[in-house]
Design a protein around this ligand. Structure first.
Ligand code: PLP
Length: 409
């Protein structure tokens, strides 16, 4: 038999969403009449914008004709889409990016999991806690974590606790780290970073030869004018930051799959022998070896997001979900819950009622209100005692869920 990668055994035993499914199924098996409302999902529920659907149809027709057929595309995505991204997502904020600094991919999930391959195996990783679990798992599998303790806490990872006590804004690490994952707007807390807070992170990274992996998957949900949308709005960030974005949560591409990562040419690192390389050159090399670029159809659909019509339709989708966020936030706050997030993000982060654990609150919500959410402890040790609801349901279900939580708990 082959020798296996022992790091698999360090992954936290129960994958969060599998455990949610297990408990939910046990409840519905025992209560077949219960009408569950799922506000746990991080997946969108509205259909694709019409401009995107039209672009998909047109692209299919192109592939059907010999004169316009396309086979393999560029590894890093088509330049015309990268140019649209630079022009619409960055130029209006005073950020100039070359198309060769934008790597188009099939998802923010794979990008944020794969980027760690750029860095030394013995590098120290710092994670916001709680946060999107993919960053931790990718580094666990790469062998940077060691085993987890009973709380799911890895000795080899530096945790940056984000709780109500620090307004969900983590302090800088108290030691030197190599790679810092920041997720803003944050999944799951819904917190955003001020310009001053991001500037402190950039300063830390520059002073400590560290790199920031900035996950801005929810950037489109930012409404407050003083909240930066990109880390490159901060002076000096280009030398120390990589930024991941996605078409999933703004334009509804969770099923189509399209995202991109910015790796500036100015960001550099050092090999063990002291020689240097730009991160851009390495990511290009890695992409060429392991990836073939997203499908032509999907990239055409992505370009449609930037058309005037597409942009308007995407805005309407975001407004739909954010009205759900407002209904949950205001409804539960009026019901006496400690409610965070839900303003610049589609996530609502609840404090579980005093002394209750996240899973305990999950069970209460499921059995009394027939509402499914996500226990905060699944996003990291500091998520214990909190609970995540999302704004991605339908309006009717969202309204009913709030009513049930308020009246049945
Ligand atoms: N980054 C964060 C913070 C997320 O919450 C998610 C999805 O939930 C992703 C990335 C994944 O995005 P994609 O659908 O592009 O893989």
């Amino acid at each position: 038999m082959p020798k296996l990668n022992d790091a698999f055994r360090n992954l936290n035993a129960s994958y969060l969403f599998a455990e949610i499914r297990r408990r939910t199924k046990a409840f519905t098996d025992a209560n077949p009449g219960a009408r569950l409302i799922n506000l746990g999902i991080g997946d969108v529920s509205r259909p694709l914008p019409p401009a995107v659907v039209r672009a998909l149809h047109e692209a299919v027709d192109e592939l059907a004709r010999a004169e316009t057929f396309k086979g393999y595309g560029p590894y890093t995505g088509y330049e015309w889409l990268a140019a649209e991204i630079a022009r619409h997502d960055f130029a209006p904020r005073g950020i100039t990016l070359g198309t060769d600094e934008i790597f188009i991919s099939d998802g923010g999930k794979s990008d944020s999991a794969n980027l760690q391959e750029l860095f030394a195996r013995d590098g120290v990783v710092a994670l916001m806690d709680p946060v999107y679990p993919v960053y931790a798992d990718a580094n666990v599998l790469a062998g940077r974590s060691g085993a987890a303790d009973a709380r799911g806490h890895y000795a080899g990872i530096v945790y940056l606790p984000c709780t109500a006590a620090n307004d969900f804004a983590p302090a800088l690490p108290d030691r030197r780290v190599d790679v810092i994952y920041l997720c803003y707007p944050n999944n799951p807390t819904g917190a955003v970073a001020t310009r001053a807070a991001l500037a402190r992170w950039v300063e830390y990274a520059r002073a400590n030869d560290a790199v920031i992996i900035f996950d801005a998957a929810y950037e489109a949900y930012i409404v407050d004018a003083d909240v930066p949308h990109s880390i490159y709005e901060i002076d000096g960030a280009r030398e120390v930051a990589i930024e991941c974005r996605s078409f999933s949560k703004n334009a509804g591409f969770t099923g189509l799959r399209l995202a991109y990562t910015v790796v500036p040419k100015a960001a550099r690192g050092r090999f063990a022998d002291g020689s240097e390389s730009s991160l851009n050159a390495l990511w290009h090399r890695r992409t060429a070896s392991k990836y073939q670029g997203p499908p032509y159809l999907i990239q055409k659909a992505g370009a449609a997001v930037f058309s005037p019509e597409g942009a308007k339709q995407v805005r309407a989708l975001i407004e739909y979900y954010m009205e759900n966020a407002r209904l949950i936030t205001e409804g539960l706050r009026a019901g006496g819950y400690a409610v965070y997030g839900g303003r610049n993000a589609p996530y609502i982060w609840l404090g579980a009622p005093a002394g209750r654990s996240s899973w305990d609150f999950f069970d209460t919500l499921l059995t009394r209100a027939h509402v499914v959410g996500v226990p905060g402890s699944g996003f990291g040790p500091s998520g214990e005692g909190y609970f995540r609801l999302t704004a991605f349901g339908s309006r009717e279900q969202t309204e009913e869920a709030v009513e049930r939580i308020r009246t049945r708990l």
